[in-house]
Design a binder for this molecule. Sequence first.
Ligand code: ATP
Ligand code: MG
Length: 283
Amino acid sequence: MNEESLLALQNVSFAYDDEEGKRVPVLNSVDVTIDKGSFVSILGHNGSGKSTMAKLMNALLLPAGGKVLVSGMDTQNGEVLWEIRQHVGMVFQNPDNQIVGATVEDDVAFGLENMGVDPKEMRARIDETLFSVGMEKYLMAEPHRLSGGQKQRVAIAGILAMRPSVIIFDEATAMLDPKGRQEVLLLARKLNREEGITIVNITHFPEEAIYSDRVIVMRAGEVMMEGQPSEVFSQVERLKEAGLDVPFVVRLRHELAAKGIDLPFVLHQEELVEHVCKLLLTK
Ligand SMILES: Nc1ncnc2c1ncn2[C@@H]1O[C@H](COP(=O)(O)OP(=O)(O)OP(=O)(O)O)[C@@H](O)[C@H]1O
Ligand SMILES: [Mg+2]
């Protein structure tokens, strides 16, 4: 484990018990490191073990084999469990399951009260984190009246208030409409860039991964691919075989290439548009 790595799964295996008590392997020799300050996306088919990995990263689950380290702390060590949970915040899929308070303010206060943070400090943290997620005007709002995207932002504020070093988004945008999805994703990127928070984004949307520093692709409990977005997404056929989609821009370029129109590899729509325009002008 190098000094920069915040999370490390070292040769990790994990199995669940099925209804008859039989062990069903879910993760197999997984080696993953997440560097401090990075934005990492995890892609993979249903059931490939992504959520299990996330739960191992904040000690909700413990590995059957291998080690999980959070800032060098072994998740098997019960004495540091509380510290690990504070370090690694998790945002889940369903916004309604994550709201506990009757008002937005209460909701963010909840975790802090549990931590025993003093009232003055608590006031400051609530205001600061709601501002960070752009929900400061909703302090007294009832969470059930908010949109899905706003609810997720309140859930994120609740996590931020605990001052985590990493936030894991486990399909946190899956139940949101495109606007809500955009809100949450932009917020994740902002927290990464401006506040240095490490982000792990587990997603089914390949588009969400183009801004990450690294992409990890899981398949049947193993790491199938890992690299920068351009390295991973340029392997369109391999991803397709694993039943995974690529960002629209990559797919379009791939289909144009099949028709004999070659364009440079890009990930962003504006870049592709630029290349297509250049091509049209030179024809
Ligand atoms: N609590 C559990 N008990 C038994 N088996 C489980 C449990 N949770 C998950 N599994 C099984 O473990 C495997 C991996 O599940 P996991 O939830 O980690 O996958 P995932 O990649 O997050 O999938 P999805 O994309 O559907 O969220 C699946 O086969 C799943 O059925
Ligand atoms: Mg999952």
